[in-house]
Design a protein around this ligand. Structure first.
Ligand code: ADP
Length: 486
């Protein structure tokens, strides 16, 4: 069979530029597909972080250009000098992407994100004109790439390309005021409810959802949830209209990067057969967070999360005294985001010194130290498209306690303390008491060391590798190729 040719476009990819799970996916899925013989090329914005991470390579194209409104903007395309991975091309234009952050700073989103990502989408189209690479599938990810399927439909040369739009989080819709619409170069027939218009504004996410041949999201449960008013953020109707071409494919884990047997960032390595290293990691975490030594014999709960309403971290504030004083658990939270939430966590951690540590930063190494050193990882999300930290936690023998939504529902199975089956503890409602009940059950099982050990082993032996997940994407690409209706 001729190899499938795919262009994979995303706004971030680990390890070059990362704010969340999208980067983990874009950094791993293309390589897993390449191992399945897919001829795949990745396109990213040329952020400062990308170039800092990878020495600048001679540009492949020095003088491409595209329109932004009535302005013609030039840009370069550089290829990153990395061997044996899916080739990565970056769209390089300093005034757009050479900034300290990807999308904004403490004051909020950059004021010109519409300009930046309209430009990015249009630059990708120009690149595809210049390329001697004709893809079968153009795979776009999240709102930053949402205009690409529109341009693919409008350009006669590209109309035969099958576009797949993967939705990693419907909460980020790339919503902009009407006066920015002219920058897209699209005529006004696209500015209507069947097109990009969204309640008086217009949405780049909606563009991707409406104009792509197929839509996928990152777990089967989330694919169903986003078709309901409760989870659809106003786009559920659009998705219901397209239900025959909406797919839910679970994300994977790059076990070369997330594995306690090989992770050099954690204080000691360990395997499912010998967890003594995990105890060393717990002791080191307790010390690093200046928690009470007595917590060595009590459960320590970790959280590694963006501090966004989505993540439900606020649910734990009303139950802190139950957790710390009655259940006598330790708590370590690593996260950044919402300013109010940061303040509340800071204050609470000060009043429970020695029991509760709040680390307010983005720190990949410390995230790993929590994944390895904690006994449980708490993820009380209001919604969770897939969630990666619960998958990492299982691999690190850290038992997830999660709200059963989206990918959390698809990947964590409820513990049966009588049989020792299951991989974690779940609760159903967005409710502090429900969350507390799940943690109480977990603490009860923690007191049964043999059962706890068995559940750790269950989680550590789960296989959420990208190899499996990439097979599902490959099948979807092939289905797209075969089926003229999607
Ligand atoms: P989301 O993409 O919604 O943020 P995911 O669970 O899919 O959630 O992915 C989050 C990723 O970001 C994980 O790799 C997690 O370890 C990482 N992460 C989140 N917050 C932090 C932080 N403060 N420091 C380091 N890594 C973090």
């Amino acid at each position: 069979m001729t190899p499938l040719r795919v262009v994979f476009i995303a706004s971030e990819a680990a390890p070059f530029a990362k704010t969340g799970g999208l980067a983990d996916v874009a950094g791993s899925l293309p390589n897993a597909l390449r191992r399945l013989n897919v001829d795949i090329r990745v396109v990213l914005p040329g952020y400062r972080q990308v170039f800092e991470h990878s020495l600048r390579q001679e540009p492949v194209w020095t003088n491409l250009n595209t329109w932004l409104g009535s302005q013609r903007l030039t840009f370069q395309v550089r290829k990153l000098p990395i061997e044996n991975v899916a080739p990565i091309y970056v769209i390089d234009r300093e005034d757009m992407f050479d900034r300290p952050h990807l999308y904004g700073n403490d004051d909020g989103d950059y004021y010109d994100n519409a300009e930046r990502f309209i430009f990015f989408c249009r630059a990708v189209v120009s690149l595809m004109h210049a390329w001697d690479f004709t893809p079968h599938v153009v795979h776009c990810n999240d709102w930053h790439t949402g205009l690409i399927p529109v341009y693919m439909q409008l350009e006669p040369a590209f109309r035969q390309f099958k576009t797949l739009f993967t939705l990693h989080n419907i909460g980020y819709s790339g919503l902009f005021p009407s006066d920015k619409f002219a920058l897209t170069g699209l005529d006004l027939s696209h500015y209507q409810p069947n097109g990009l218009e969204f309640y008086g504004q217009w949405s780049m996410l909606k563009a991707g959802l409406v104009y792509s041949r197929a839509v996928s999201t990152v777990s089967p449960t989330y694919a169903r949830e986003i078709q309901t008013p409760e989870y659809g953020k106003g786009l559920d109707g659009v998705l219901r209209n397209r239900r025959a071409s909406v797919f839910g494919l679970l994300n994977g884990v790059n076990y070369q990067m997330w594995n306690p047997e090989t992770d050099t960032f954690i204080p000691a390595r360990y395997t499912p057969d010998d967890l003594s290293g995990k105890r060393i990691c717990k002791a080191a975490l307790i010390q690093a967070c200046q928690l009470d030594g007595s917590l060595m014999e009590r459960p320590v709960i970790g959280i590694v999360s963006r501090l966004d309403v989505q993540k439900g971290i606020d649910l734990i504030i009303p139950i802190l005294s139950e957790l710390i004083e009655s259940l006598k658990v330790g708590l370590v939270i690593l996260g950044t985001g919402d300013g109010m939430m940061q303040q509340r966590l800071q204050r609470a951690s000060e009043s429970y010194r020695g029991k509760f540590a709040f680390i307010q930063r983005f720190d990949d190494e410390f995230a790993r130290r929590i994944l390895a050193g904690a006994d449980m990882l708490l993820i009380p999300s209001r919604y969770e498209p897939c969630g990666l930290t619960q998958l990492y936690a299982m691999k690190y023998g850290t038992i997830p306690v999660v709200r059963a939504t989206g990918g959390l529902n698809d990947t964590v199975s409820e513990v049966n303390e009588h049989t020792g089956e299951g991989t974690g503890f779940t609760f159903k409602h967005v409710d502090s008491t429900d969350c507390l009940t799940a943690i109480q059950k977990a603490v009860g099982v923690y007191r049964m060391p043999l059962t706890w050990r068995r559940i750790q082993t269950n989680g550590m032996s789960m296989d959420f590798s990208w190899e499996k997940a990439a097979q599902n994407y490959l099948s979807l690409y092939r289905e797209l190729m075969r089926d003229s209706t999607i």
